[in-house]
Design a protein around this ligand. Structure first.
Ligand code: C5P
Length: 226
């Protein structure tokens, strides 16, 4: 399986979980790292799709590849499961909301005196579902990269995610470091692979970081030799 002959599915940006018609739970992901990955992916394979949550529309205007907008973590799960297939590579760079309000009010909830408690439940773990689907559909030529944005015990969390979610590669993003993380144009990434490599990238623009990540995916696919 060669990267240039693969379908490359990149996800990016946050998701939104609404609890009334005007309010939602989300996070500060800008989608910039995902876009940088999709741009680099398209240079390698024109069969690239970018599935993204609510981000600045100008960032995806006029892209030569398909950009599909979703809103909730459940939407993202559905879109990802629809796209994965043999000879595909999934780069799961989105920052999906991990919790969704249990109740969604059809009317705007009126403010009242005192505190409010919002009850929430977990959203589906997309990578876990992808791992199950991969087994169930017996996808052999399929490569999955996850991301881990952490602020403490970064390396051990990344390594345990690599194993728990049956990933081929994980890109660790220490968001406590200057120049890394949400809404900046640079990133500091360490790549861990299923094959046991640890590659520490210096502070790079998101474009350069994306190019290094794709280079490493290409190298891992070549090592597999299938
Ligand atoms: O566990 P954590 O959310 O930190 O894992 C990050 C990785 O898991 C990212 O690749 C992210 O896209 C993915 N993720 C997921 N489903 C979720 C939340 C995160 O697949 N509900």
């Amino acid at each position: 399986m060669l990267l240039k002959e693969s379908k490359i599915i990149v996800t990016g940006g946050p998701t939104r979980e609404w609890f009334d018609p005007v309010r939602y739970i989300s996070n500060a992901s800008s989608g910039k790292m995902g876009i940088a990955l999709a741009d680099e992916a398209y240079k390698i394979s024109e069969n690239t799709i970018f599935i993204h949550g609510p981000i600045n529309e100008n960032l995806v205007k006029d892209k030569p590849y398909e950009c599909r907008k979703i809103e909730t973590t459940a939407d993202l799960l559905e879109a990802v499961l629809n796209e994965i297939e043999e000879n595909s590579v999934l780069i799961m760079c989105a920052a999906p909301a991990d919790y969704t309000p249990i109740e969604k009010s059809d009317e705007k909830i009126k403010k009242q005196d005192g505190d409010v408690i919002l009850h929430m439940k977990r959203t589906p773990d997309i990578l876990k579902n992808v791992a199950d689907t991969k087994k169930c559909r017996r996808l052999n030529n399929f490569f999955v990269t996850g991301f881990a944005a952490e602020t403490m015990n970064t390396e051990s969390y990344a390594m345990s995610k690599l194993a728990a979610k049956d990933l081929d590669m994980i890109c660790l993003n220490d968001v406590s470091q200057p120049g890394a993380g949400f809404n900046v144009d640079t990133n500091v990434i360490t790549i861990f692979t299923r094959s046991g490599l640890k590659i520490e990238l210096p502070i790079l623009t998101k474009e350069r970081a994306a190019s290094e990540i794709l280079k490493q995916i290409d190298a891992e696919l070549l090592k597999r030799g299938d």
